[in-house]
Design a protein. Structure first.
Length: 105
């Protein structure tokens, strides 16, 4: 599993029939900053992931990739490589809260 911030969405009107009705999100992975472990730094890549949970822009999510993504509910037979599997409430690193969805960190 990995952490990421939702930075946008992807709309595709022409796609594999099995993907119709699936919400696609654009994710930017989050890494713990080596210089300051009390904060995140954005990863270098972006990921398109299927979202069954209703995550929104700027939320922090858990996602998985590869065969693990297809283990998420309803995705077993779909051609997906990444799936949102959780919406994050809080993250603590080395005893310090570095993210709170309510914005109180």
């Amino acid at each position: 599993m990995f952490l990421a911030r939702v930075i946008g969405s992807v709309v595709s009107t022409k796609k594999d029939d099995t993907m119709r009705g699936r919400k696609l999100l654009l994710l930017r992975p989050l890494l713990v900053d080596e210089d300051d472990p009390g904060k995140f730094r954005p990863g270098q890549n972006t990921i398109v992931a299927v979202d069954n949970l209703g995550a929104g822009k700027d939320e922090v999510v858990l996602f998985c990739q590869g065969s693990s993504a297809r283990q998420a509910e309803g995705l077993k037979q779909l051609p997906v490589d990444a799936a949102v599997i959780g919406i994050v409430d809080t993250v603590e690193v080395l005893g310090r809260q570095v993210y709170n969805a309510r914005g109180t960190s």
